[in-house]
Design a protein around this ligand. Structure first.
Ligand code: SF4
Length: 379
């Protein structure tokens, strides 16, 4: 999840918690919204041969193209009918900014109704990770996060989520990032929005991203991370989907008193409730849960909090947990700051000494506001 600006003068009371956005503004139906069976049915409804569904899927999910001119295996008349009804343009690139010598690229997208959203592609020596948005804006109102300050604009459709991935996969394949052609290997739902507040569309998007080509984009489920601020019932529901995706919980502090302010949804589901849902997820999926901890100077970086964090995680999750400490990223107007390095080192040391694996997350793209908590999708 995202970590950003807070004006400490802000009064944090009676925060609205929006769990589902109005349906207004969702784009027209797209191939990537549909399962393989639904695609065949949609093609038949248009009076086209069923195998056209597979041809279209092949273009979109395997060849990563949305350009009708590339689809020469489909006769022109059918092509325009199929593309018009099943592949409307969803996202138009407004601009792309680069940092880290081109190894980080933040793209600002405009949806059909003018909604703005962002995704960030990060290339490492051994992998390429795309951070995607699941909502435009966010209704969770975390006070230190740039995205949270603007409120929720709307949910993204399944296809709008998937299309961010398709575009990045094409960028990697075409070698337009330094390092030459490569493969998009990892997806993290850590861009704008709370993924589990857009549950159905996010789960469908995970299936499209991970189904083997040409049904989907063929990225392994174990290479996908779904992040949440802790919607406990939705975490349990996700566990029951029996997928292999990694769960990341943005905890940010082990005590309810501070968390009620830092992550307002904590007023609804306490630290204990969130961690026992996370345990259920770990037990069901057999995967370690990631705990995200944005370290903020003099707010949540005290030694006693590191000790309490380790204690509570050990109680609830045993060895099935790893803590990622994220140095707070600066955002305009923020009065909060990252903890000094010695404080950060001591925090990490104490969590590890408490028996819980803990490391500092490498941050990327600070200078283009692409780091955690900086995504604000300003046009
Ligand atoms: S849930 Fe994530 S994106 Fe939403 S306000 Fe909180 S930190 Fe920001």
């Amino acid at each position: 999840m995202l970590v950003g600006a807070w004006d400490t003068g802000q009064v944090m009371t009676a925060l609205p918690l929006v769990f589902d956005a109005p349906k207004r503004g969702l784009p027209p139906r797209h191939l990537a919204d549909l399962s393989v069976a639904e695609r065949a049915a949609a093609v038949a409804e248009l009076g086209e041969k069923p195998f056209r569904a597979k041809q279209l899927s092949n273009h979109y999910f395997s060849r990563l193209t949305v350009d009708p001119a590339d689809m020469t295996d489909i006769p022109a008349a059918s092509r325009s009918r199929l593309v018009e009804s099943l592949m409307p343009t969803l996202l138009t690139e407004v601009r792309a900014l680069e940092a880290d010598r081109g190894a980080t690229r933040k793209t600002l997208w405009r949806a059909h109704d003018g909604t703005l959203l962002e995704s960030v592609l990060m290339r490492y020596p051994d992998r390429a990770t795309l951070c995607i948005s699941s909502q435009a804006g966010c209704g969770m109102a975390c006070p230190f996060c740039a995205t949270g300050q603007g409120g929720l604009d709307r949910n993204l459709s399944t296809a709008e989520i998937v299309d961010q991935v398709r575009s990045a996969a094409a960028v990697m394949r075409d070698g337009t990032m330094p390092g030459g052609p490569g493969r998009l290997s990892n997806i993290v739902f850590m861009g704008m929005g709370e993924p589990l507040a857009n549950y159905k569309r996010v789960v469908a998007a995970v299936r499209r991203i991970t189904d083997p080509a040409p049904g989907g984009l063929g990225i392994g489920q174990r290479s996908v991370t779904v992040s949440t601020v802790g919607l406990a019932p939705a975490i349990r529901k996700l566990a029951d989907e029996k997928m292999q995706v990694r769960l990341a919980v943005s905890l940010h502090t082990p005590d309810d008193e501070l968390r009620d302010t830092l992550v307002p949804v904590n007023n609804r589901w306490s630290v204990d409730e969130v961690l026992s849902a996370a345990r259920y997820y770990a037990d069901t999926s057999g995967r370690r849960v990631s705990i995200e901890y944005a370290l903020i100077r003099d707010i949540n970086d005290q030694p006693w909090r590191a000790e309490l964090l380790a204690k509570r995680l050990r109680q609830h999750l045993g060895q099935l947990v790893h803590v990622n400490v994220i140095p707070l990223n600066p955002t305009p107007g923020s009065k909060w700051d990252a903890s000094p390095k010695p404080v950060e080192r001591e925090f990490v040391r104490l969590v590890n000494a408490g028996g819980v694996a803990c490391t500092v997350r490498d941050t990327r793209g600070q200078d283009i506001a692409a780091a955690c908590g900086q995504l604000a999708a300003e046009g």
